[in-house]
Design a protein. Structure first.
Length: 459
């Protein structure tokens, strides 16, 4: 090979890349958000995971733009919107729902992994909002209360110290499977819990599918969970078809989901039902367990907050306003989820920049929850922020906002209030290790699982 040909082979690909980048950055004079896309293919995903979303977001806002910056996460060019106005913009209908392919590879069947979120959840959004409305959830309060009592009696009573995070994960997992699918067998739940944990751990890990990596374990765990769900769904469908009194079986979410039809009168396939219900299970488990854990952490750290809590009957649960304000302040300071993702279906403009069609978009709790302009003295735990009208619109967004606000918000609220009620009416809480560190990756995690000393109330 001649020296000149060798040089040409090196330079030509670089020239092509430069032309493509220039075309992308200068298409029709387009001013795209500033930022960095990191390494080829990997982008900045590793930095995002290792530094944690809060630090990742704040560093890039300072360096590039306080309103919107570009990065590359999960193999996609992405605009990250910041501040209340950024949140408001993303919550509009100008952007459509989107999830990383890596997430879909873990959660859904392979043949659906490349489908859009809209295709995967075709008839679900309206259905979920309907069955998770406050009035529809009233019937589940006794079930939640009974399961919380059983959990506390079996896992908390008789112990001087408990590790809160693993216990809340197990409780919210059991409750989700009971509420959504009426799965109550302890051995069955224990087998599912192990695989479900692998699956959720792999959701937002570095997407490298190699043996031993969290992502690989997540994919394998997802395969097992989906297989178990198919068995449950198939059995339930058969029971409903054979039953002459099908209405008696239609008490949980799965039974109602089996009856849902699209605009053409077609029922969903068992795989489609699995794809949809697994999202409910994840939402009812991962973020809720984290929210409960950190609410109890702050109650243990702040006795004056603990002493203000109500001791109410369940007929009066809607009046547990102070307790919910405490939970909201915990969600503000330590949000269990980073935010969400969208996709630009057309070129859109924001804050003087243009986000090209096909780019992905992200909104994040970390650009407002600790912003002193949104929440004065932001590091102070102060439930009174949520009294009256509460925070300004689009500043407190643990459940998203706008027409796509999380439909499970009310379910989470009831689940959290019921659990906290059953804890604080039995025990006074103290942190076993006041110096325990918090690990911040995609979600916050107490390094030791939050060991708390529980002191039973004297009668």
């Amino acid at each position: 090979m001649s020296f000149y040909l060798y040089i040409l082979l090196i330079i030509f690909p670089l020239l092509v890349l430069l032309v493509l980048l220039r075309r992308e950055n200068g298409r029709s004079g387009m001013k795209i958000p500033p930022g960095s896309c990191g390494w080829p293919v990997i982008g900045e995903s590793i930095k995002f995971v290792l530094s944690g979303p809060q630090r990742f977001i704040s560093e890039r806002r300072r360096k590039y733009s306080n309103d919107v910056f570009q990065t590359s996460l999960f193999g996609q060019r992405m605009a990250v919107f910041c501040g209340a106005q950024g949140n408001k913009f993303v919550f509009t209908k100008l952007l459509t729902s989107w999830w990383p392919v890596s997430v879909r590879k873990v959660l859904v069947f392979p043949e659906f992994a490349d489908a859009s979120v809209k295709e995967v959840s075709a008839v679900m959004h309206g259905f979920v909002r309907e069955i998770l409305k406050p009035e529809a959830l009233k019937q589940y309060i006794p079930v939640m209360d009974a399961m919380a009592r059983d959990h506390v009696e079996s896992e908390w009573d008789g112990n001087e110290v408990v590790k809160v995070l693993p216990l809340t994960k197990k409780y919210t997992f059991d409750l989700a499977f009971n509420t959504f699918m009426s799965v109550v067998d302890d051995e069955h739940l224990a087998r599912l819990f192990k695989q479900f944990t692998l699956m959720t751990t792999g959701l937002f890990s570095v997407p490298i599918d190699l043996p031993g990596m969290a992502f690989n374990k997540g994919i394998k765990g997802g395969e097992v969970v989906r297989g178990e769900l198919l068995k449950i769904i198939s059995k339930r469908r058969k029971e409903m078809m054979e039953s002459k009194e099908g209405s008696q079986l239609s008490t949980d979410f799965l039974a109602r989901l089996l009856l849902v039809q699209d605009e053409n009168g077609k029922y969903m396939s068992e795989k489609e039902i699995s794809n949809n219900i697994i999202g409910l299970l994840v939402a009812g488990y991962e973020t809720t367990s984290t929210a409960v854990t950190f609410a109890l952490k702050y109650l243990a750290e702040l006795p004056h907050i603990y002493d203000e809590g109500e001791l109410l009957t369940w007929e009066d649960i809607q009046k547990m306003r102070y307790t919910w304000n405490v939970v909201c302040e915990s969600l503000r300071l330590t949000p269990p989820a980073h935010g969400g993702f969208r996709e630009a279906v057309n070129d859109v403009s924001f804050a003087g920049f243009t986000i090209p069609k096909g780019w992905k978009a992200s909104w994040t709790v970390h650009s407002t929850h600790k912003d002193p302009e949104c929440f004065p003295d932001p590091e102070k735990f102060d439930p009174s922020r949520f009294e009256g009208k509460g925070p300004a619109p689009y500043t407190f967004v643990p459940f998203g906002g706008g027409p796509r606000m999380c439909p499970g918000k009310e379910y989470a609220r009831l689940e959290i209030l019921v659990f906290i009620y059953n804890i604080v009416t039995r025990y006074k809480l103290e942190k076993s290790n006041p110096r325990e560190k918090m690990i911040f990756h995609f979600a916050p995690v107490p390094n030791e699982g939050l060991p708390l000393r529980i002191i039973p109330h004297t009668i």
